[in-house]
Design a protein around this ligand. Structure first.
Ligand code: ADP
Ligand code: MG
Length: 325
């Protein structure tokens, strides 16, 4: 008996532990959340995927503009009448957002919501000209009064609002990736809508990440990537058409209207908070200003599709030539 047990132990030691891919998809934050990871323990993998989903729920509960109990919603309700204290985490993300505003000359601006909240893309609702102009005048991140000691937010004017929809999903993806990394996962992907971050490669080969055609389901570009974040902003996610004009969810603060020079903006960066904020930013800045910004930055690449369907690349990405096809 003893000998048999010994033989069995030896056998167990000799058989390599079987690792495999685990995947899970859920709908959180109004979008599709996907996690895939490589693991040798099914129950540990299941727990980790749950931890990723829990983190998405946590960010949603904190930063949703739609949930009455979310701190961000409370800021929007009360900050014009009193400074509203928020968690250091939410405060820091507001500060990081304002950094992207500085970087982009105000193209990225979380106070876009002063106007943005007057649109309902599902119901095809938009403000009339007068309300549109009044709300546009309230867009100005520099007017936000932020107290970095008390972590309070104050709006100097009634009607101001903020929304982290251009950065929060990327931030949540970064947090989720950190959870996986801390648990020792070396290969995986976390996606929240148009924002993804890759951990390692796809076991010996790169992850193939497609950029969707903005007017169809096919992919216009497929990119072999590893260990980076990738975000795409498109005008096809939330929009309606009125009088032949497409009204969608990315707002140019200077025009007080949807940005229309490009129809898809993709950013590759080291982290998803950066790629998310910059994809929204470049969508607004358009081809020449947008690429100029990215070409000045380290470790950031861009692929833009303009409203004629032409693809533009940042200087570091060699455009595919006809001879290379
Ligand atoms: P999504 O994955 O939701 O399509 P994007 O990264 O493409 O997100 O960003 C779009 C979101 O960014 C909008 O839904 C809105 O919440 C927010 N947004 C729109 N205009 C601006 C702006 N000028 N500055 C910052 N955020 C914006
Ligand atoms: Mg974005």
């Amino acid at each position: 008996m003893k000998r048999l047990l010994f033989a069995l132990i030896l056998l167990a030691m000799a058989v390599p532990v079987q690792a495999e891919w685990f995947q899970r998809t859920e709908s959180i934050m109004g979008t599709r959340i996907y996690v895939e990871l490589w693991h040798d323990d099914a129950s540990a993998a299941t727990q980790l995927m749950q931890a990723v989903m829990d983190e998405m729920h946590r960010i949603d509960e904190l930063m949703s503009p739609y949930k009455d109990t979310a701190q961000l919603a409370i800021v929007n309700r009360d900050a014009a009448s009193r400074p509203v204290a928020v968690t250091p985490e939410l405060f820091d993300l507001i500060v990081r957002s304002n950094h992207f505003s500085d970087l982009s000359g105000g193209a990225f601006d979380i106070t876009f919501a002063s106007l943005g909240h007057q649109f309902d893309y599902r119901q095809s609702v938009k403000p009339d000209k007068q309300h549109q102009q009044q709300a546009t005048a309230l867009i100005n991140y520099k007017a936000l009064q932020l107290d970095s000691k008390a972590h309070t937010v104050f709006f100097p004017k009634a009607g101001m609002r903020i929304d982290l929809g251009g950065i929060a999903k990327g931030y949540a993806v970064d947090n989720a990736i950190r959870i996986l990394q801390q648990a020792g996962v070396t290969n995986g992907i976390v996606t929240a809508g148009g924002d993804s971050r890759l951990l390692g490669d796809h076991r010996g080969r790169p992850w193939m990440m497609g950029i969707k055609h903005p007017r169809g389901e096919s992919h216009v570009v497929s990119l072999p990537l590893e260990n980076v974040a990738l975000s795409t902003s498109g005008d096809y996610e939330r929009y309606f058409e009125a009088d032949g004009v497409r009204y969608h969810h990315i707002i140019d603060p200077k025009k007080g209207d949807s940005a229309r020079e490009v129809v898809s903006a993709t950013i590759i960066a080291d982290d998803a908070t950066t790629s998310d904020a910059l994809s929204t930013t470049l969508f607004i800045l358009g081809v020449s200003k947008g690429l100029e910004l990215v070409n000045r930055m380290q470790n950031v690449s861009a692929i833009l599709i303009d409203n004629k369907g032409k693809i533009h690349y940042s200087a570091d990405l060699a455009p595919p030539t006809a001879s290379g096809l």
